[in-house]
Ligand binder design. Structure first.
Ligand code: PMP
Length: 442
């Protein structure tokens, strides 16, 4: 033990770990106890290079002093105050700052505590808006296969991941899904936006034929992260936008991963050239130092919901911690770093190098596809026969033991490092990963 080591917990039993193989973990625990910049450290002080920005969220790197100090300062000024029928200054400041970064016209910001809450809030706003503008028949919601919108009932139902639903049975009614955009035959090893698949948006036209004017909103990730980095085909989002406009349907982008610089602009919509009506965010909003999410909406949506009520509460929705002072302080400090250090610009400066490094993995054994955009990459491995996910899980463990944190989803290794990454880190990520893949193939 050196002075930087942190004791391992004596008891691993009580914490029911989310989205985990609890039995496996508790037999062979891999713990992260400290973090700084691009690095995590195990309790014993072993260095782990962070190839995933935690969970796609620590965009400015770890242990940013400005954020820590802002949280400490705010905690001493005001620990908590409600935002139901009252307010505290820093929540308004944080909302105004978020609105400066969102695309023009999306200037109203509703605070939540997570990506899941943001997804459910966005869906409820969409339904409330349709009612407020006299379209109460619009109760249907459309998601997309392989979409991830968190774990609330709204996000789970509109999300398109079978395993996330199969334990629960009950889902929201009136939900349909567009096909996912993963076309391995045509698009394998595409760099950036794949060429084929814009036509997959046309499925929305078919749903309109089926359901008429009962669709309230479509929600998609502009670039799907959690289900293995599915980059939108050229023209796909534009087509979706056009169809939504044509049929009076709201377009919601879930920017929980693509927000705050990940693909080289403040939000993904900017880089991808399509503006949604409603946008969710979380993760990078506070650099993950304090949980916080938000939903930004077009002014007209806000005005319609607020204006549709004669007096009293206009929107029956909110969280005790909406706009929590410590989260708002963290958000203001994180946004300061994002702007001052031009994190989106850093992504654009290094993304070509990142892309080439990611695609150099093509020569590693069992690599069947590579996808990337901005500072995201997905390396898809051929599953071990009869054992889906096992090969990628083994690669994950080997990487960790060799000092690199990656994320796996199915048989895809997903990478999304902090946006402060340098070329030497990029080299180290792909050398370690290639080595792990080679060893697992041996
Ligand atoms: N939406 C998207 C696109 C996400 O990637 C995630 C989390 N990975 C969520 C929603 C859910 O966020 P949270 O885990 O903060 O609830």
């Amino acid at each position: 033990m050196n002075e930087l080591s942190i004791p391992r917990p004596n008891n691993l039993d009580a914490f029911w770990m989310p989205y985990s193989d609890n039995k496996y973990f508790k037999d062979t625990p891999r713990l992260l106890a400290r973090a700084e910049g691009m690095l995590y450290f195990t309790p014993e002080g072993r260095e782990i290079l962070d190839g995933t920005a935690g969970l796609w969220c620590c965009n400015a790197g770890h242990g940013r002093r400005e954020i820590t100090e802002a949280i400490q300062k705010q905690a001493a000024i005001l620990d908590f105050a409600p935002t139901f029928q009252l307010g505290h200054p820093i929540a308004f400041e944080a909302a105004a700052r978020v609105a400066e970064l969102t695309p023009e016209g999306l200037d109203r910001v509703f605070f939540t505590n997570s990506g899941s809450e943001s997804a459910d809030t966005a869906l409820k706003i969409a339904l409330a808006y349709q009612r407020a503008r006299g379209q109460a028949q619009r109760v249907r919601l459309v998601g997309r296969e392989r979409g991830y919108h968190g774990v609330g009932f709204g996000g789970m139902s509109v999300g398109g991941i079978g395993p996330n639903r199969k334990q629960f049975g009950a889902m929201l009614p009136y939900v349909d899904h567009l096909p996912h955009t993963h076309l391995p035959e045509q698009n394998a090893f595409s760099k950036g936006l794949p060429a084929h698949g814009a036509h997959l948006a046309d499925e929305l036209e078919r749903l309109v034929t089926l359901h008429g004017d009962t669709i309230a909103a479509v929600m998609v990730e502009p670039l799907a992260g959690s289900t293995g980095v599915l980059v939108p085909p050229v023209g796909y989002l534009k087509r979706l936008r056009e169809l939504c406009d044509k049929h009076g349907i709201l377009l919601i982008f879930d920017e929980v991963i693509t927000g705050f610089g990940r693909i080289g602009t403040h939000f993904g919509s900017e880089r991808l050239g399509v503006t949604p009506d409603i946008m969710t965010m979380a993760k990078g909003l506070t650099n993950a130092a304090v949980p916080m999410g938000a939903v930004a909406v077009k002014n007209d949506i806000y005005e319609t919901i607020i204006g549709g009520t004669a007096a009293g509460i206009e929107f029956f929705h909110g969280y005790t911690y909406s706009g929590h002072p410590l989260a708002a302080a963290a958000a203001l400090a994180a946004i300061d770093i994002h702007v001052r250090d031009d994190l989106p610009g850093r992504v654009r400066a290094i993304e070509d190098y990142w892309q080439e490094a990611a695609h150099s993995m093509r020569s590693a054994p069992n690599v069947i596809d590579i996808r990337n955009h901005g500072l995201i990459a997905g390396i898809e491995l051929a599953p071990l026969p009869g054992k889906p996910t096992e090969r990628a899980n083994r690669v994950f463990r080997r990487c960790f033991d060799d000092g690199l944190l990656v994320r796996v989803t199915g048989d895809i290794v997903a990478l999304s490092p902090p946006l402060i990454i340098e070329k030497s880190h990029v080299d180290r990520i792909f050398t370690t990963l290639a080595d792990a893949i080679h060893k697992e193939a041996a």
